[in-house]
Every structure is written in C-alpha cells, then in structure tokens.
Design a protein around this ligand. Structure first.
Ligand code: SF4
Length: 335
C-alpha cells in the first residue's frame, strides 16, 4: 500500500490519517517485519492490523552468492507457490538491485530464460517492495540503484511497478532519487507514451537488441506489433520531454546482430537522439544463441563511438554469471 492507501485504512479503522504516515515509515523506512514493532502505534490498532493484514508477502527459498564477484541471487517463494528471483550486485560503493516484476513473462524474447516460462502472473506492489526490503536487511551495503530488469516486462505490470517505484523514491520510504530507479521495457509503445506523460521522472531503458525490424522480429516477437523506428522515436520523445537521456540496451548475439554493418545501422538509427547505449554481451542459457568473442564486441562498440562521439556507449558485462544471475538468465529455479 502507498501512503494514501494506508491513510484510508487508518481512517476506516477509526484512527487518524496521520497514523497512515507512521505505518508507511515503519514499513518502508524501517522495514519492520511485525506490526508489534510499531512502538508509537496503540496496542488495539496493532491487534487490528495483525488480525486483518500481513506485512510480509515473500518467503526466502534460497540464496546463491557468486564466487566470482559480490553478487547474490535470491530465490523467493510467493504465497501461492511461485518462484521469483532478485539479484543484488555490489561494485565498490555502488549497490544495484535488479528486481522482478512478474512471475515469468508473456513476451517470449527468444534469447531469454524468463520468456521460456510463459507468464504466470503479475507481482503485487507488496511483492515488488518486499524484494528490496529483504536485500536491504540482509546485505550490508546501502542500496544505491534499483533496476527493473529481472523477471517480467515491467510495463505489463505498469501500476504496481510505478507504485513500488514511488515507495522507493519517497523520502519516508527508501529515499532513492528518481535518477536511481530505472525501468526497462522491451518497448510497449502505449505504456511508454503513458510514462512520458507522467510527472514521475524515473529513468527509462528500451531493450532494442537489433538495428532493423527483420532481425528484431526474429528474436523478439513483440516487434511485430510496433516497429523499431516507432520505438526509437518514443525514446527520443522521452529524452526531450523529461530532459533525461533514454538508454537503449543491446544484447549482442553471435552471428545475429553483432556485425560491423549492424553497428553502423544502429548508429544511423540512433542519429540525433540524445541517448546512452548499453551493449550487453549475451549470457548463455540453453538454446541456440551464443556470445560473440571479445574482439567482435570491442569492434562493435568502437564503431558506435567513432560514428558520433556524443553517444555514450558502455559495454555492460553482467555480474553473477556463475549463479545464472546475468541479464536474461533468470528463470525462478532452485539451483
Ligand atoms: S527479455 Fe524481458 S520482456 Fe523479453 S522475455 Fe525476457 S523478461 Fe520478458
């Protein structure tokens, strides 16, 4: 529940609206796991809360620390027996948490383990927030960034993802700046347009993964619905309206989208758009796709750099590959 919902809950129970703010702070700033810990809330109201509400929605099923870096993958069980995964990645002073927004995903991008599960259901706002509360309580480093790049397409669960983001952003909640919260979409055009109209200024990433419709439609069925040019234009609109750089993500797949021509075509496609480009060398799962070799990745990145030096191009090596926690590898498995 957000602050307004908690205030209504309090008023309905005969308490003051002010109590709603107290509940919000106890739950999200302090991350308490029991209503009985709310020391400034009267006993009879705490009993009412215990009788009618739950404060934790997820149970921890397992935890997988990486041996190669400081990332940890956490496997949660939902109340109805589904599994979702969250990844904590610590790199010097930066602690990024990659959150899931759905159990599975309906979009079936062919290179992604989550897509192979199909969609089971959306996560509630509470289930999204609980992932972050658990990481904050269990990993001894302040959270600096949140990315919705785990299981699911965040814009298929638009309201809950934005509600959770508001709780992360609130000074009475997690107090994360809006620049520290990134929502990544494969490009649901109506929701991107809706997001552009919002007052909220969270960062947006569009997962492009190709430089033309032919290749994109082969690896991402959603591309048959909205063309790559429409998506890129929506990204441009986001940058212009929000005065914030749109991020385009590009998973590099050997022999599919990693040639020098692909890089040039991508550079031309993004010409004139204030953006960042994240190149993600593919993290292999079972299936036909492979990661390009390092020289191909370097060449691809150089072509983009050289085309126009205002592109900010970053090669993002995923963390936690030994625990299948890299981009596109999450599948809710206990092992
Ligand atoms: S890449 Fe994202 S949108 Fe595509 S199938 Fe995987 S989780 Fe879904």
């Amino acid at each position: 529940m957000n602050q307004e919902e908690l205030q209504s809950l309090c008023i309905e129970a005969g308490e003051s609206k002010f109590r709603g703010g107290q509940l919000f702070e106890w739950m999200y700033r302090h991350g308490i796991s029991s209503f009985d810990s709310m020391s400034n809330v009267n006993k009879s109201f705490r009993e009412h809360l215990n009788e009618h509400f739950i404060i934790q929605t997820l149970a921890v099923e397992n935890q997988f620390p990486s041996k190669e870096d400081k990332s940890v993958k956490i496997l949660f069980r939902t109340h109805d027996g589904h599994f979702i995964e969250t990844v904590s990645m610590v790199d010097k002073n930066r602690h990024t948490v990659c959150l899931s927004s759905q159990v599975g995903c309906a979009l079936d991008c062919h290179f992604c383990a989550t897509g192979k599960m199909g969609l089971k259901r959306n996560l509630s706002t509470g289930e999204i927030v609980d992932q972050l509360i658990y990481v904050r309580e269990s990993i001894d480093q302040s959270i600096t960034n949140v990315v919705f790049m785990g299981m699911g397409e965040p814009f298929h669960n638009y309201d809950n993802v934005l509600n959770a983001s508001d709780i992360f952003h609130s000074p009475k909640g997690f107090n994360l700046a809006s620049t520290r919260i990134t929502i990544s979409t494969v490009g649901l055009l109506p929701q991107i347009n809706q997001f552009i109209k919002e007052k909220r200024r969270y960062k947006l990433a569009i997962s492009l993964n190709a430089s033309n419709d032919k290749v994109r439609s082969e690896i991402m069925p959603i591309n048959k619905k909205w063309s790559i040019v429409d998506l890129v234009n929506a990204g441009k609109e986001y940058s212009n309206q929000k005065k914030r750089l749109i991020m385009f993500e590009y998973v590099l797949l050997k022999g599919i989208n990693d040639s020098e021509e692909d890089a040039l075509e991508l550079a031309r496609l993004l010409q004139g758009i204030p953006c960042k480009i994240n190149l993600i060398p593919y993290n292999e799962i079972e299936g036909k796709y492979q990661r390009p070799d390092e020289s191909t990745i370097t060449k691809f990145s150089e072509i983009l750099h050289n085309y126009r030096d205002e592109y900010r191009v970053l090669v993002r090596w995923s963390k936690g590959q030994d625990i299948a926690a890299g981009c596109g590898q999450l599948a809710g498995q206990n092992g």
